[in-house]
Design a protein around this ligand. Structure first.
Ligand code: BG6
Length: 470
């Protein structure tokens, strides 16, 4: 739809950007922090680990001053569960609490509203050893952790996110470290873990409403519109299958408290259905989010399945469709360009995704990730000319404004990432930030912070409330 006049971004629009604890903080074993599954994970050859990352743990003041200089209204970061409870449960680690108190207070000093993710992939390793999300005790551990967060920080936090990209943890279990390698039926196990995470999320949402009545809480999955590869009805069914399995399974539960019916029939067909105990569905139905946060990088295109193993490609990451026999097969979209890392670039798909979410759930939306991973180059005179990133973000912000004009209730936009950090599996070379962190994959150099060209551009976008995107 063409609009004669675009609606402006709302006055209180939450401009900011995001990070996650294990990707940005470093200090992996300092001040009593326990180990997480991310600390213990394997790293592909040539890719750095998560020990030092951007050293934000020691440099948060300098980093927050830079975010303030850009004019951030919000900053989305995650709390490392293992800094608060090194073993996942038990005694609180006061030094971890001190760190987040300092971080939150520093943000508030600059009038930056903290948006807190409670759990971003980094399950405490001690819980993992006891079965992780397979073990229902992890639900209690998460509830206990959530309670501690609300008690410790609830006086200053208005926006909480429960679990970051639960759908990607399940769909790419081995990449995130959730799969038990001895499992006979890893998918069934993953969907059992998923069921437990959904319960943990529901409990955290209820607790938040009881303990912090002025705060708002929501889930934070990775959502993308799914295109059929052609107008063939079979392709359209395949796209609907993948959308139910990838997107709606998670959000139908968070919002409506029920399993998506196509996803459930897929579980039954494949033998993946989780065991649901008495009382589970009541808990799931009793919790409601106040808004939906979601991460968007790209859309996906799928074709009808051949109903054999050729449907499944050998590789794929959180944005590259893998496919599954009898359900859908991945296709590429000839209308879209790709990033250097093979992710399709689809700003109009962003508007589509926003509209689909709005129509389906009718809740306020907060974009908690969107961005371009690239090999940035530090040039003479401390210059980083990341025009490609500006172009990517500009096109997405334009589409966000169109979606607002379409009637979408968009609360804010927090691209990935505020500063450079370590990618989930492609190291430091894949950079996303507005601020360059001077280190290489293995040479930590001086970790100096340098403003990229996109830093100045985003600063102007925020100061004009999205009116000037040049
Ligand atoms: C999301 C994650 O999947 O995408 C982030 O929430 C991640 O943790 C981001 O860094 C970009 O992905 P990647 O694999 O390029 O780091």
């Amino acid at each position: 739809m063409y609009h004669k006049k675009l609606k402006p971004f709302p006055k209180e629009f939450l401009w900011g950007a995001s990070t996650s604890a294990y990707q940005v903080e470093g200090a992996w074993d300092e001040d009593g922090k326990g180990l997480s599954v991310m600390d213990m994970g394997k790293h592909p050859e040539g890719v750095t680990d998560f020990k030092v990352t951007s050293d934000h743990y020691h440099r948060y003041k300098e980093d927050i001053a830079l975010l303030a200089e850009m004019g951030f209204k919000v900053y989305r970061f995650s709390i490392a569960w293992t800094r608060i409870f090194p073993e996942g449960t038990g005694e609180i680690n006061q030094k971890g609490v001190d760190f987040y108190n300092n971080l939150i207070n520093e943000l508030i000093k600059y009038n930056i509203e903290p948006v807190v993710t409670m759990y971003h992939f980094d399950l405490p390793y001690a819980l993992h050893l006891k079965g992780g999300w397979r073990n229902r005790e992890t639900i209690d551990a998460f509830e206990n952790y959530a309670k501690a967060l609300f008690e410790l920080f609830g006086d200053r936090i208005k926006y909480w996110l429960t679990i970051s990209e639960q759908n990607m943890m399940v769909l790419h279990g081995s990449a995130i470290g959730l799969v038990n390698s001895n499992s006979q039926n890893p998918e069934k196990e993953l969907y059992q873990q998923n069921h437990h995470m959904l319960l943990a999320q529901a409990k955290a949402m209820k607790l938040c409403h009881a303990m912090c009545p002025d705060a708002k809480i929501g889930p934070a999955p990775n959502i993308s519109a799914i295109y059929p590869a052609s107008s063939k009805p079979e392709d359209i069914i395949a796209a609907s299958n993948w959308s139910s399995i990838r997107n709606w399974l998670y959000l139908d539960m968070a919002v409506f408290g029920r399993y998506n019916s196509v996803a459930w029939s897929y579980f039954e067909e494949k033998g993946y259905a989780p065991t649901v105990e008495d009382g589970d569905m009541e808990i799931l139905a009793s919790a409601k989010p106040d808004f939906i946060a979601f991460n968007y990088y790209s859309t996906a295109t799928v074709a009808a399945s051949n109903n054999d193993d050729s449907d499944r490609s050998a590789t794929g990451d959180q944005q590259i469709v893998v496919g599954e026999a009898g359900v859908y097969r991945g296709a590429s979209n000839p209308n879209l360009e790709k990033t250097e890392f093979g992710w399709e670039i689809d700003p109009i798909g962003f508007r589509n995704t926003l509209r689909e979410l709005n129509e389906r759930y009718n809740l306020p939306l907060l974009v908690t990730e969107n961005g371009l991973g690239a090999f940035d180059k530090l040039e003479e005179g401390d210059v980083i000319n990341d025009d490609y990133r500006i172009d990517f973000l500009r096109k997405h912000i334009e589409q966000a404004q169109l979606a607002i004009t379409d009637g979408v209730k968009l609360m804010g936009y927090c691209p990935w990432s505020a500063i450079d950090l370590v990618s989930t599996h492609q190291g430091f070379a894949k950079r996303y930030g507005f601020v360059y962190v001077d280190r290489d994959e293995f040479d930590l150099k001086d970790l100096r912070r340098i403003r990229k060209k996109s830093f100045y551009w985003y600063k102007n976008v925020i100061s004009t409330n999205g009116e000037d995107l040049k």
